[in-house]
Design a protein around this ligand. Structure first.
Ligand code: G3I
Length: 363
């Protein structure tokens, strides 16, 4: 795998002339000047700037593909590395979608975030029905989980810089989420998962990952306490992934900087892993301005601390957003619209990266 620095340096010279937006920009992308893209602007603050990638869009939509490669230095499979996709039938793996993304990332000198090894959602039917009918008991489930983590992390060994090892394990009040994993195995499944992932790829940075953990609150404090405890026990937990699914109808989460700083103080990395900012449709100028401000505030919080190493948006176009399918009447959550035209949120991120680059230049 290319080092983060080298990958970014190569990328600077290699990005396609295509830039998102209506006007074709032919000038080569260089720090901050005409033709700059998010990935070139992120070079000086030394930040990996990422997007989730929809496997079908990557295969079928050329402007989408161009946006992924020109704007981002990191990619995350939106669904392609999830358990139901990679092991649809027990013992029979299908890595095809994920391998295509990794290969795309190689070609475009991008890093890959791994998402996600242990979740309560998008599990294969053979697993959930096996647990439900008793044909997979607790010991069997633990063995299945170990095999899944080992096989998947080994398959991508050397290709993934950060793995979301466990996803969404706490409720909002800071108690463990009631999931198949907790019910069958108890909370030790979490430390087991990190140990198994580390054995399979000792160089990958291993992350906890969740939503509603942007600011200091009961849930993020549960992660802080868990991380502290696991690290004291020698469990290889190196980062907290903060998803960043925001909604402009709620206030911007308080204390994001303080939250990041306390994980820094533990010696951990942080990353924004799935940012989007939804709104009630139709979008208007005021809503888009508020959205832009939220994106910018997350970025500013990230670049202000040492440990925040990557900043990933959960898709970059409203064309492929998960939001309208989940929140009826809401959408417009991404940084470009359905035609890949840049929204104020895109400009806010670009401005934030330019400001961060200027500050980095002074030090
Ligand atoms: O795979 C089937 C496909 O065969 C079928 O043709 C299609 C028809 O609708 O459905 C496909 O599955 C969908 C899958 O995305 C792939 O497109 C599922 O129905 C759909 O539920 C699934 O949604 C994903 C969601 O996770 C599932 O929980 C979203 O795309 C994805 O953006 C979302 O991502 C999660 C993160 O992993 C964790 N954090 C929250 C985030 C947003 O929910």
């Amino acid at each position: 795998m290319l080092s983060r620095r080298l990958a970014l340096a190569v990328a600077t010279g290699a990005v396609a002339a295509l830039a998102l937006g209506t006007a074709a920009q032919a000038a080569p992308a260089r720090h901050g000047g005409h033709g700059a893209t998010l990935r070139t602007l992120a070079e000086r603050p030394d930040l990996l700037i990422g997007t989730a990638v929809d496997a079908s869009a990557l295969a079928a939509d050329a402007p989408y593909r161009a946006g992924v490669s020109s704007e981002f230095s990191s990619v995350t499979a939106e669904n392609a590395m999830k358990w139901e996709v990679v092991e649809p039938a027990r013992g029979s793996y299908d890595w095809s979608q994920a391998d295509r993304l990794v290969e795309f990332a190689h070609r475009h000198h991008q890093e890959v975030r791994g998402h996600t090894l242990v979740w309560h959602n998008q599990l294969p039917a053979w697993l959930t029905s096996g647990v439900a009918d008793g044909s997979i008991d607790a010991a069997g489930l633990r063995a299945v989980l170990r095999k899944h983590i080992t096989d998947e992390v080994r398959h991508f060994k050397g290709e993934i810089y950060q793995w979301d090892v466990v996803n969404e394990v706490f409720d909002e009040d800071g108690t463990y989420r009631d999931s198949l994993w907790l019910r069958e195995l108890g909370p030790s499944y979490i430390s087991d998962a990190f140990r198994w992932a580390h054995e399979a790829d000792p160089k990958a940075k291993l992350f906890l990952n969740d939503y509603n953990v942007e600011g200091v609150n009961a849930k993020s404090t549960a992660y802080y306490e868990l991380a502290k405890k696991l690290r004291a026990q020698g469990v290889p937990v190196q980062g907290l992934g903060i998803q960043g699914h925001l909604d402009i109808q709620y206030g911007f989460p308080g204390d994001v900087g303080d939250n990041l700083a306390r994980f820094d103080a533990l010696g951990m990395q942080t990353a924004f892993t799935e940012i989007d900012v939804r709104m009630t449709l139709p979008a208007d100028e005021a809503k888009l301005a508020r959205q832009a401000q939220d994106y910018r505030r997350l970025l500013d919080a990230c670049v202000a601390v040492r440990g925040c190493t990557s900043f990933t948006v959960w898709g970059f176009s409203d064309k492929y957003s998960w939001v309208p399918d989940t929140f009826s009447g809401q959408g417009a959550a991404n940084i470009t619209d359905e035609n890949f035209v840049r929204k104020p949120a895109y400009t806010a991120l670009a401005d934030g990266l330019r400001a961060a680059a200027r500050r980095a230049g002074r030090h």
